[in-house]
Ligand binder design. Structure first.
Ligand code: TYD
Length: 145
């Protein structure tokens, strides 16, 4: 049965979302559906692959963008920082999505071999939405949203 989430609860904090997995003898299907599993409509999908296990990605925040991150294969760590909080997640399950709210600094690392990070994004790519300077992020994240 599809688990429906109340996305009005703390939309400015990260959360893990259990996706709907349909099991078949021949393989599984995992569904990500707006309203049931995501608080936003997807306007862009991309994925990180061919990742060097020694590398680090992210190191930025966004003004508006909301995202879901899923470890489609393998595993990696996602460290998130917001206004007055820090959380760390090990993503290693294709049936679990991590909701990343706006104004959240993210660092991704500890990529396993063959790790793939699928990202569903609420907006198309816009460099102006990025906050790439950590001090600027700190200044902005102290502001009320
Ligand atoms: P970036 O979002 O900084 O990567 P990550 O968070 O995975 O480390 O993007 C890396 C580069 O790719 C940057 O030059 C912008 C470009 N890019 C696009 O052109 N379109 C996109 O949709 C994304 C996600 C990145």
């Amino acid at each position: 049965m599809t688990q429906r989430y109340d996305f009005k609860v703390n939309p400015s904090r990260p959360r893990l979302i259990n996706l709907s997995a349909i099991h078949h003898e021949s393989g599984d299907i995992t569904v990500i559906e707006e309203g049931s599993h995501s608080p936003f409509s997807f306007r862009r999908v991309y994925y990180l692959h061919g990742l060097n296990p020694e590398s680090a990605r992210g190191s930025h925040a966004h003004h508006q963008l909301r995202q879901l991150m899923i470890a489609i294969t393998g595993s990696f760590r996602v460290r998130l920082t917001g206004s007055g909080w820090e959380e760390s997640y090990l993503l290693n399950d294709p049936n679990v999505a991590l909701y990343v709210p706006p104004r959240t600094w993210r660092d991704l690392d500890q990529f396993s071999d063959e790790a793939i990070c699928l990202v569903l994004a609420s907006e198309v790519y816009e460099e102006a939405d990025y906050i790439r300077d950590y001090q600027e992020f700190r200044n902005i994240s102290e502001l009320p949203s």
